[in-house]
Design a protein. Structure first.
Length: 109
């Protein structure tokens, strides 16, 4: 699917250019973080005899969690900028970020 199906003219003028990248990164990294979480406990059990490796694993997972938190703050800021301007993000924008196929506009005018 072409993720560039949303044209800049269809977006509200107040949409920050960086918001799309932040939304895509947050989506991809969050799913990776959750998946890795299932392997983290067994990894700690395996690394238990080597204390420095356990500390390194905790630092890595902590830094990655911090990065996701920063992405969340950026995402909230970008969406707040749009809402503060009194505008709405079109559904086609959300669908392009999540890789859903575009839909036809069903509104009656």
């Amino acid at each position: 699917m072409d993720t560039r199906s949303v044209t800049p003219s269809s977006l509200p003028p107040s949409t920050p250019r960086w918001l799309r990248a932040v939304l895509i990164m947050d989506r991809a990294r969050s799913s990776w973080y959750v998946g890795t979480g299932f392997a983290f406990a067994p990894l700690l059990i395996i690394l238990d005899p080597w204390r420095p490796l356990v500390v390194a694993a905790w630092i890595a997972i902590g830094l990655f969690g911090l990065w996701l938190g920063i992405l969340g703050i950026c995402m909230a800021t970008g969406l707040a900028i749009i809402l503060r301007a009194g505008e709405q993000v079109p559904e086609s924008y959300w669908r392009s970020v999540i890789d859903f196929p575009p839909t036809e506009d069903r509104r009656t005018e």
